[in-house]
Design a protein around this ligand. Structure first.
Ligand code: ADP
Length: 232
């Protein structure tokens, strides 16, 4: 019993330290990102190679930021801050930012949004993080070509909204499909194997679920089902 309490205290300290470190790293990163964005806009008008370099810098900063976010979620999960929002709007604003990342890797980003979706009660930042994780995975899986589609649909009977990230990349083998969501499972050289496990946890806390359909050589679809009319 005592050992367990000590273990919990240790975890709390680690979480606290992680949060402090993340704060100290993310603030300067955000500032560098802002200036890189400004430079890319100004310099891009003069020199397209420089613009591309700046955009790669922005992409790398986003990668670091998303790692820190994922790690923080694991070390110190925050209770979701629920608010009513429009999923389509969230996707549209996300797509605007992600589009240039995709474009740089030769991948098209499309949206296929069902109109008149009912509003939904979610933690915007957390669902955006799930979206980013899924899109980054899709982008990294694809070999400098192809299309990612972000789609929404309303399933009235089940009182659910579905948000899908669909790619026409290489797909996932049945053997690896079983391992998705296991912390630290990765097939990438520089992967952390945290993205999906955090995403599953976040969607779980929203009382939703993630389903995966994938076929080798054809592509992968991650579908997030979120409840409508949920009382928290
Ligand atoms: P990481 O991206 O660090 O590897 P994730 O948990 O996000 O960690 O993903 C785990 C693994 O799932 C990846 O290494 C990859 O093998 C596989 N994967 C996830 N999404 C896709 C996708 N859209 N297409 C192909 N493989 C995928």
């Amino acid at each position: 019993q005592e050992a367990r309490i000590r273990e919990q205290e240790k975890l709390a300290v680690v979480g606290q330290m992680a949060a402090g470190m993340a704060h100290e790293i993310r603030n300067p990163l955000a500032s560098v990102r802002g200036f890189a964005q400004l430079m890319s806009e100004k310099i891009g008008q003069i020199n397209s190679t420089f613009k591309e370099y700046m955009e790669i810098m922005i992409q790398e900063i986003d990668q670091a930021d998303s790692f820190i976010n994922n790690f923080l979620q694991l070390a110190r999960p925050k209770p979701p801050a629920m608010q009513q929002c429009s999923l389509n709007e969230l996707i549209t604003s996300f797509a605007r930012i992600f589009e240039s990342q995709a474009f740089l890797r030769g991948v098209k980003l499309k949206t296929d949004l069902q109109e008149d979706l009912p509003p939904i009660i979610i933690d915007r930042d957390q669902i955006k993080q799930v979206l980013l994780n899924l899109c980054q995975n899709a982008l990294q899986a694809m070999d400098l070509r192809g299309t990612i589609i972000l789609a929404t649909s309303h399933h009235k009977e089940e009182k659910e909204i579905c948000l899908s990230v669909i790619d026409d990349g290489p797909g996932i083998s049945p053997e690896n499909l079983d391992k998705l969501g296991t912390p630290f499972f990765t097939t990438k050289d520089k992967g952390t194997g945290l993205g999906l496990s955090i995403s599953y946890t976040i969607v779980d806390r929203h009382r939703g679920r993630i389903e995966v359909d994938s076929k080798l050589g054809e592509g992968t679809r991650f579908s997030i089902y979120l409840p409508v009319d949920q009382q928290f």
